[in-house]
Design a binder for this molecule. Structure first.
Ligand SMILES: Nc1ncnc2c1ncn2[C@@H]1O[C@H](COP(=O)(O)OP(=O)(O)OP(=O)(O)O)[C@@H](O)[C@H]1O
Length: 263
């Protein structure tokens, strides 16, 4: 369970970008974080994985208070948080397998991580994750030989290799076409279901979010202005969240609709 209480963030210069944010994410729940540009979505995610320091408030993941960790403890705790990125963040010249195994680096003693010598169990598990994301036949390919959708699958397998308690997902589909985007969201959703894993997904594409998440949190100006089921996201609510910004820019591609693809 992730519990965020009275989280506030202000960068060195400038106004409050997160103003008293509180919410809980039970195990297994997938939360879509939406809101206009500058609403504070990335700042919120970066506070949770402690890439930035919260100015005030508490962030509790199971029995660990993430907000008060010393620098030395941050690395140890961050390994429990799987990150999936918009641009995949793979090491392009390494193989698919090595990229997946890099999810284990936070668990290895220094000499093993330096030499990239992974225990056998880690390698067995990595094969299993590659199988799960449908890339077992690509294990030995270089990451830069893969398509965008395949790279994101490697990113998902790498996050799984961390054996995470929480997934933080930053714009996972922003670089992908609509059909591949749905496949990736469906994969993230089914993995979260299988593992009772909770996820917070920062996502611009509102229709896609509504299809695949359990709950939507709408941020605007650093505050939560909506927290509820996707089906409660009416036009009025979306206008409250987005103001003048367009939330309808992404529509299903016509080819898929013609082919009757079930999204
Ligand atoms: N390193 C920083 N230093 C100062 N201000 C920052 C920094 N990073 C973000 N901000 C400011 O914090 C506010 C929230 O930014 P944030 O990136 O969290 O929003 P966002 O909702 O993720 O936006 P987007 O959807 O465009 O990525 C913005 O006003 C932004 O300019």
């Amino acid at each position: 369970m992730l519990k965020i209480e009275h989280l506030k963030k202000r960068y060195k210069t400038g106004p409050w970008v997160l103003k008293d944010i509180s919410f809980e994410v039970p195990d297994g729940e997938i939360v879509g974080l939406i809101g206009p540009s500058g609403a504070g979505k990335s700042s919120l995610i970066r506070c949770v994985n402690r890439l930035i320091d919260p100015t005030d408030g508490n962030i509790q993941l199971d029995d660990v208070n993430l907000s008060s960790l010393s620098a030395g403890k941050i690395r140890e705790q961050r390994r429990h948080i799987g990150m999936i990125f918009q641009e995949y963040a793979l090491v392009e010249r390494l193989s698919v397998m090595e990229n997946v195994l890099s999810g284990r680096l936070g668990y290895l003693p220094f000499w093993r991580s330096f030499l990239r010598r992974y225990p056998e169990q880690d390698i067995d598990n990595a094969f299993e994750y590659l199988e799960r994301v449908g890339l077992i036949d690509h294990a030995n390919k270089r990451a830069d030989e893969l398509s965008g959708g395949q790279r994101q699958r490697v990113g998902i397998a790498r996050a799984l290799a961390q054996d995470p308690r929480l997934l933080l997902v930053d714009e996972p589909t922003a670089s992908l076409d609509p059909k591949t985007s749905r496949q990736i969201m469906r994969l993230i959703q089914s993995i979260c279901r299988e593992k009772s894993l909770s996820a917070i997904i920062n996502i611009h594409d509102v229709p896609l979010a509504m299809q695949f998440v359990d709950r939507i949190i709408g941020l605007q100006g650093g505050e939560i202005v909506f927290d509820g089921k996707p089906e409660a996201l009416t036009e009025d609510v979306l206008t409250r969240i987005y103001g003048d910004e367009d939330w309808t820019s992404v529509k299903p591609d016509e080819d898929d609709l013609e082919n009757g693809e079930a999204a």
